[in-house]
Write a protein that binds this ligand. Structure first.
Ligand code: CA
Length: 240
């Protein structure tokens, strides 16, 4: 089921778009401002983004530009939404790397038709299939993250991570070099509903380091970022 991120601060429009996407068989995730939209684009790996131009925190043009400058998000199709009066933004949106443009007021049917067309040309179905079957392994230097067995191997030897340790490592390792605040890691792995506190992240990072400590660079594979959280190293050494 293709996943669509909708970034729109007008709740009635957001709900209308969500309703129509779900009816079409898409999974919809939503954000009410630009900053949250950017975060979800990075953490949820959507197949397409519907992005309003006028947004609080960070406007849609800026979000679009940032998405295009990040290796992780630069290929996600973007359909921008804007009021008819903002003709200038239409041109700028396309300059910033948007793939298509729908002006308000729009018919949901037209928006869905454009989304379908964008997804078809992006070969979305095939991409996700490949992701699910073929690329079940993530290789980083000396370690292999096996997404099917939920194990981490080094030189073919299982490093015996617990499920939470595995999920934490996989999440960070899928975006090497990116700094993740403790709170974000906590919410991502343990969930918003979990009654606990984000220090559990520190505990798990310490356990992962102990388990990987015997590998070249294993202790430093997950680097602390002072006062913020952690990041996974971009250059993990290969087996010596
Ligand atoms: Ca708006």
């Amino acid at each position: 089921m293709p996943r669509i991120l909708v970034v729109e601060d007008e709740k009635n429009i957001l709900e209308l778009v969500r309703y129509n996407l779900e009816r079409e068989g898409y999974q919809a995730i939503t954000a009410l401002d630009g900053v949250q939209g950017l975060e979800l684009a990075q953490s949820q790996d959507p197949d397409l983004i519907v992005l309003d131009v006028m947004l609080p925190e960070m406007n849609g043009l800026e979000v679009c530009q940032k998405l295009r400058h990040s290796a992780q998000t630069k290929n996600i199709p973007i359909v921008m939404l804007s009021a008819r009066a903002e003709e200038l933004d239409r041109v700028r949106g396309l300059e910033m790397g948007a793939d298509d443009y729908v002006t308000k007021p729009f018919s949901p049917r037209e928006l869905v038709a454009r989304i379908n067309a964008r997804l078809r040309s992006a070969g979305c179905g095939e991409k996700r299939k490949a992701k699910e079957s073929g690329q079940a392994h993530l290789r980083l230097g000396c370690i292999t993250i096996d997404e099917e067995r939920l194990n981490v191997y080094a030189n073919g030897i299982n490093q015996e991570l617990t499920l939470k340790e595995f999920e934490l490592l996989r999440f960070m390792a899928s975006r090497p070099g990116m700094v993740f605040p403790r709170e974000q890691l906590f919410n991502q792995i343990w969930g918003f509903d979990h009654t606990g506190d984000s220090r559990i992240v520190d505990v798990h990072v310490r356990l992962i380091r102990q388990k990987l400590g015997h590998l070249p660079g294993g202790e430093q594979m997950i680097e602390p970022v002072r006062g913020v959280g952690y990041r996974f190293k971009t250059n993990v050494p290969k087996m010596g």
